[in-house]
Design a protein around this ligand. Structure first.
Ligand SMILES: Nc1ncnc2c1ncn2[C@@H]1O[C@H](COP(=O)(O)OP(=O)(O)OP(=O)(O)O)[C@@H](O)[C@H]1O
Ligand SMILES: [Mg+2]
Length: 292
């Protein structure tokens, strides 16, 4: 599978008809795994011959796959389309180097206007997708995974927007297109990589303040750990919000307890600092002025 970086280079050479074909295929995600040529050409508004030649170019670049039933989009094709649309809207001018390549997402640096941004590309299903590819066929779930990636990106964007507009310490969301999310790049360190701190109690308080602020703004992270907290100087920034839960949801309280327990456990193991998770929870819920 091509990396986002490789696709960014390949996509510069694509013409408008190829993008129209990609857009048409993206419209069928979730409803049809393989789309017949006639349907693609109709929804792309292209003569069949042109649609077919565009599809062979895209197939050659590994952006679509073909079987007797028709054509299907793969991640590289969705990447090319998303990058193209972000560029066309002036929301992303250049893609830089990888910041983190993970299981379900890749994060790259990028430039948008005069800003340094982070571009998060969701890749849900990639691991299983590789297995499927090894079997030389494409399972019906591939389109569903891309749809899940698109939904995660838009859910994360919405959560970040809500939290940012409430003044909470999360990356500023800048744009979202399909499964790509463009946000403020945080020039900081992951809590996981912090070996020593002068005042662990103070750092823990800042993290709990951030969790409390987000809870009051209506959201519980629900996947919080040392992997999703960034430290920049004295600031704490909470990242990675696609799975967040509304504070008034019945599942919010147990999720909040887990989030807090993860952080408290990390502080004990890493910094030898023991805090009372129950007290921390009371603080986050706004029932106690003291957190630890
Ligand atoms: N806005 C940002 N600025 C700078 N770095 C970021 C930003 N967002 C994410 N990162 C980096 O990318 C990594 C992965 O991001 P994130 O936690 O949002 O994705 P993830 O879903 O956890 O990915 P994975 O599939 O690896 O679990 C982070 O650990 C962090 O190092
Ligand atoms: Mg994460």
């Amino acid at each position: 599978m091509s990396t986002l970086r490789e696709v960014a280079e390949l996509s510069a050479a694509l013409s408008e008809s190829e993008y129209r074909v990609l857009r048409a295929l993206a419209m069928f995600l979730g409803s049809r795994m393989h789309v017949p040529l006639e349907m693609i050409s109709a929804s792309a508004g292209l003569p069949q011959e042109l649609a077919e030649s565009s599809l062979s170019i895209l197939e050659g670049l590994g952006m679509v796959v073909r079987n007797p039933a028709g054509y299907a989009l793969v991640y590289a094709g969705l990447d090319a389309l998303s990058l193209h649309e972000l560029r066309a809207r002036g929301q992303l001018d250049a893609l830089g180097t990888p910041i983190a390549l993970g299981k379900e997402s890749d994060v790259y640096s990028g430039i948008a206007g005069s800003r340094e941004v982070a571009v998060k590309a969701y890749r849900i299903g990639r691991v299983s997708f590789r297995k499927v590819k090894r079997l030389r066929s494409y399972g019906p779930q591939a389109g569903g995974w891309m749809l899940a990636s698109i939904m995660s990106a838009s859910s994360e964007f919405a959560s970040l927007r809500r939290l940012r507009s409430a003044g909470q310490p999360v990356p500023e969301p800048l744009a979202v297109r399909y499964h790509l999310l463009v946000m403020e790049r945080i020039d900081g360190t992951l809590l996981r990589r912090v070996r020593e701190v002068a005042d662990p109690a103070r750092l823990l308080r800042r993290i709990l303040e951030a969790i409390r602020g987000c809870y009051m703004a209506g959201l519980v992270h629900a996947d919080l750990s040392e992997f999703n907290v960034m430290i920049r100087g004295d600031d704490v920034i909470l990242i990675d919000w696609p799975q967040s839960i509304r504070s008034d949801d019945p599942a919010a309280l147990p999720a909040l307890e887990r989030d807090i327990a993860n952080i408290v456990r990390f502080f004990r193991k890493r910094f030898g600092f023991s805090a009372d998770a129950g007290r921390a929870l009371e603080y986050v819920l706004g029932r106690s002025p003291e957190c630890c």
